[in-house]
Design a protein around this ligand. Structure first.
Ligand code: NAD
Ligand code: UD1
Length: 355
């Protein structure tokens, strides 16, 4: 089993993936600056994985730090080598992800997402660690011409967040081309990750008012927000509301394990795959499914479209099935049940009081 560095491992997708990787037997070093997460998430992961105090120090080490700090990265890689257990691969989640914020603060997004990835790659290369799974995004496809969207669709992001992800994919392509016999790289383009671990002990914990549909709906169900605003009811979709490909975060976590297994089985490889279900759900489908799962009513009002939204984004997930042997297994009903288990047990997320 491998020793892996997980950047951003305390975050929403990172924490669920850490659990799946621990269960698969890997040993993890998590590097996170907690700018959008809490160390409590890692404590919960450790409990869920059944680690005791002695195994935890071996199997799941937590380091507070910024991916842009090359001295810190250098120390992590060097000390792992000195312990005789070098870092063999990296899953790179750390980054900023809010579209609206990226429009207001492009310099910060390019700094963290692009310069952060550059600094990580530089250190990996220097230490001969050349296996990387990168958190890319369906945001790269912008307003797609063809749905379901294949990986061959044009990369045409429409905001700085999307540009930063496209820039990292570009950087990774150049790095791979410079030494194709050495690197193993997977770009995973996630669609809409939602839900939580079925235990309800780890989940998504957005700071402030959520921008995304699913956490907003859960907070309306628990009574933290009075009602949902549905952005547009005149889209060319069956019920007039926007359609997305929602993917259970545990399916997504398993997709990372599949990508890693695939890379470790190959001599050298670069793949780019969509991680989505291939199934579209409208905003009103999500509201109905969440009402059924929570037995709570979710008041909503229909308002104008949100700038920059597409009518429908749904993945063509066939490449991931073919190359990684991975496909989603959980339904929208499962997503809502597990999301509600998390929200109802942790009304304020990992914090005791509302943020
Ligand atoms: P998240 O914010 O919950 O997790 C990101 C983690 O990175 C957080 O724990 C944060 O504290 C950490 N981090 C941020 N900047 C850092 C830095 N400079 N140094 C070290 N750690 C830092 O987000 P998430 O939803 O888990 O997303 C993980 C990755 O997946 C991100 O790269 C995101 O862009 C990408 N992604 C997310 C979605 C989504 O809808 N959640 C969709 C597509 C792609
Ligand atoms: C958004 C980002 C995308 C990013 C993804 C994950 C935009 C334009 N896109 O995707 O780049 O990769 O988050 O972080 O921001 N909706 C409502 N009311 C709400 C919130 C959302 O009706 O309060 C609707 C939206 O109009 C959309 C659907 O719900 O039709 C899903 O929205 P959201 O969860 O924000 O995801 P995306 O827009 O797909």
């Amino acid at each position: 089993m491998a020793r892996l560095l997980i950047t951003g491992g305390a975050g929403f997708i990172g924490s669920h993936t850490c659990l799946v990787l621990l269960e698969a037997g890997h040993n993890l070093l998590v590097l996170d600056d907690f700018s959008n997460s809490s160390p409590i998430a890692i404590d919960k992961v450790s409990e869920l994985a059944g680690l005791d105090a002695s195994s935890a120090s071996e199997r799941l080490q937590l380091h507070r730090g910024d991916i842009r700090n090359q001295d810190h990265l250098e120390r992590l890689f060097t000390s792992a080598k000195e312990q005789g257990r070098p870092i063999e691969g990296v899953i790179h989640f750390a980054g900023l992800k809010a579209v609206g914020e990226s429009v207001r603060e492009p310099l910060r997004y390019w700094d963290v997402n692009v310069c952060g990835s550059w600094s990580l790659l530089k250190t990996m290369d220097a230490h001969g660690c050349r296996t990387l799974v990168f958190s890319s995004s369906a945001t790269l496809y912008g307003l797609p011409d063809l749905v379901p969207i294949p990986e061959s669709a044009p990369v045409q992001p429409i905001n700085p967040y999307g540009h930063s992800k496209a820039a990292v994919e570009r950087l990774l392509a150049d790095v791979f081309a410079s030494a194709p016999d050495a690197w193993r790289i997977a770009n995973l383009r996630y669609f809409n990750p939602v839900g939580a671990h079925p235990s309800g002990r780890i989940g998504e914990d957005p700071l402030g008012i959520p921008n995304n549909l699913f956490p907003f709906v859960s907070q309306v169900a628990i009574g933290r927000r009075p009602r949902l605003q549905v952005f547009g009811s005149d889209w060319p979709t069956p019920d007039g509301t926007g359609v997305r490909d929602y993917i259970h975060v545990m399916d997504l976590a398993e997709g990372h394990r599949a990508a890693l297994d695939y890379l470790f089985a190959e001599d050298s490889q670069k793949i780019t795959v969509n991680l989505g279900s291939g199934i579209g759900a409208s905003v009103l489908d999500v509201v109905k499914a969440f009402q059924a799962a929570s037995c709570r009513s979710i008041p909503y009002e229909l308002v104008a479209r949100r700038a920059g939204d597409a009518a429908i984004t749904v993945a063509d997930p066939s490449l991931a099935a073919q190359r990684l042997g991975w496909r989603t297994r959980r339904s929208l009903a499962d997503i809502c049940l597990d999301g509600w288990a998390w929200q109802s047990a942790n009304p304020n997320g990992y914090r005791k009081k509302e943020a």
